[in-house]
Design a protein. Structure first.
Length: 124
């Protein structure tokens, strides 16, 4: 009887570990005690995360990579971007001419970009 209980306990632990790994792989990042998103080694391929972006809302670590991005110079004077935490609190925003640099940092959850033209990844 003790062997069956031990086997069942071990099986439950393995299942919990497997589910945890799947959840982390799906999210692509970790949330620390402050609720900030922390960069992890488990995320989508760098090529997709660093591909050029246009208008839209992107999840950091899932749709777009951390680092510096530059918008298309001369696209217009109504360029708007905003970086938000997981709870929609604004961490940084800009409104003005296109051609500027935005840096996505640890703790950013999503980024919204409008009217800036094409965004290009320029590094960390």
């Amino acid at each position: 009887m003790n062997k069956n209980k031990f086997f069942l306990f071990g099986l439950i632990i393995l299942c919990l570990i497997f589910i945890s790994v799947l959840y982390i792989a799906y999210k692509g990042s970790f949330v620390n005690n402050n609720g900030d998103i922390q960069k992890s080694n488990i995320n989508a391929s760098e090529g997709l995360l660093r591909a050029s972006k246009s208008d839209g809302v992107y999840l950091v670590g899932f749709d777009i990579d951390w680092g510096k991005w530059i918008s298309e110079k001369g696209y217009g004077d109504a360029c708007y971007w905003v970086r938000r935490k997981y709870d929609a609190i604004v961490r940084g925003e800009y409104y003005g001419d296109s051609g500027g640099v935005m840096e996505i940092v640890d703790g950013d959850y999503e980024v919204e970009m409008r009217g800036c033209g094409v965004w290009t990844y320029i590094g960390e």
